[in-house]
Ligand binder design. Structure first.
Ligand SMILES: [Zn+2]
Length: 199
């Protein structure tokens, strides 16, 4: 096997750590970058540095943001009595992109998956409970992928939140089983939000 100069091999190794990128693709990406102008490479490098330096987490909803609280949490025109609970920031982005939802969010930080070590203490349940004790919330909307881990997390949340006597809804079952919120088209997701069902 050919041995690349060290800086090149290092960059290939970094690309390999990204989801869905194997060694061959990593190589192709690095060689593509090598053909770019100095200016384009600098832009790429500075975009990478910026996500490290200027992207923070909102202390209220835990979404990625440039400021704290984020633009959603600080928006007075949104309905702060409805909280949509999602697993990850990209799920929040998928819901936002539909333009259908006008409430606020709580990013849990993942889904329950005890076999992979993802136990309740690793997710932001406590923070959610504090939020419910402090604020008047009229509805909790659960927006998780309709797969095994997503279902288990929604069941857990439903039991956890029962004592609060708040209306708990979940996305309508229009989404195919095993589908990913992130890749569901906006029309399907929009109607799943509109037709959400009480649990
Ligand atoms: Zn926020």
């Amino acid at each position: 096997m050919i041995k690349f100069p060290k800086p090149i091999q290092e960059l290939i190794d970094q690309f390999c750590k990204l989801p869905g990128i194997g060694p061959k693709t990593a190589e192709r990406l690095v060689f593509y970058l090598l053909k770019q102008s100095m200016e384009e490479l600098n832009d790429f490098a500075s975009a990478l540095t910026q996500i490290n330096n200027s992207v923070i987490k909102c202390s209220i909803c835990h979404n990625i943001s440039e400021k704290d609280p984020c633009s959603i949490c600080s928006d007075k025109n949104r309905d702060h009595h409805i909280i949509c609970i999602v697993a990850e920031p990209h799920d929040l982005a998928a819901i936002e992109n539909t333009g259908e939802y006008k409430g606020v969010y709580h990013v849990l930080g993942g889904v329950l998956d005890p076999l992979s070590g993802q136990t309740p203490d690793r997710l932001r349940f406590n923070d959610l409970l504090t939020k419910l004790q402090k604020n008047k919330i009229s509805e909790i909307m659960l927006a998780f992928n309709p797969d095994m881990e997503g279902e288990a997390t929604m069941m857990y949340l439903n039991n956890l939140l029962k004592p609060f006597k708040i209306k708990i809804t979940r996305l309508a079952r229009g989404m195919p089983v095993g589908a990913d919120l992130e890749y569901t088209d906006e029309i399907t997701l929009s109607s799943a939000i509109k037709n959400r069902k009480e649990m």
